[in-house]
Design a protein. Sequence first.
Length: 202
Amino acid sequence: MTSNPDAVRARAAAVFDLDARLPARVFRELADDAVFCEFDYLLTPDAWPALVALAGLHGDQRVDLVVVEGHGIAESALSLSVEATADDYWAEIGFHEGRDFVDSIAIMTQTVVLTGPSGRWGCWGERDPEVAVVRGFPDEAARHEWSVRYGPFVDAAGALEFWLPVTFPGRSVPDAYAAELTANYGASPQSDQGSPSSPPSR
């Protein structure tokens, strides 16, 4: 883990607008077609291989994580080597014996970002509305291969159909929210994302 959390936060602030929230643009420069996943997935051991693979696409040797919003988390920025294991990742963020649940990033985080020293990729997650968005693929082939291998992932249209409705009253995404999300994150053809025709499950 890094000993310089301020440097990690500075790198994250260069990639993300840390004051923005979905459906607004949260990425400063990255503008390739986005893929979405469930928020909770980012903060599980299962996500670590996907994060390492994404870092590897850009030659990053570390994965940075910054808690943008959280409830009383003592350590809000960390950086792990890509040589770390999924268990190492979970040891830093999870809830396990010896750690009070209020110190668990996985439990107490409301908004989290992950990126690497290159600044060429990023994951932004919000507990409310329970989704995370990923950008920074070098090309369509890399996006498709990563999405298929580590998914399920969907495009913006899939997120609006499958995951977001349950977070709103009446289980209906407001038109203004849907329009802004679509405008800011696009909608790739479903065949490119491997988007399912029924609600995705992990």
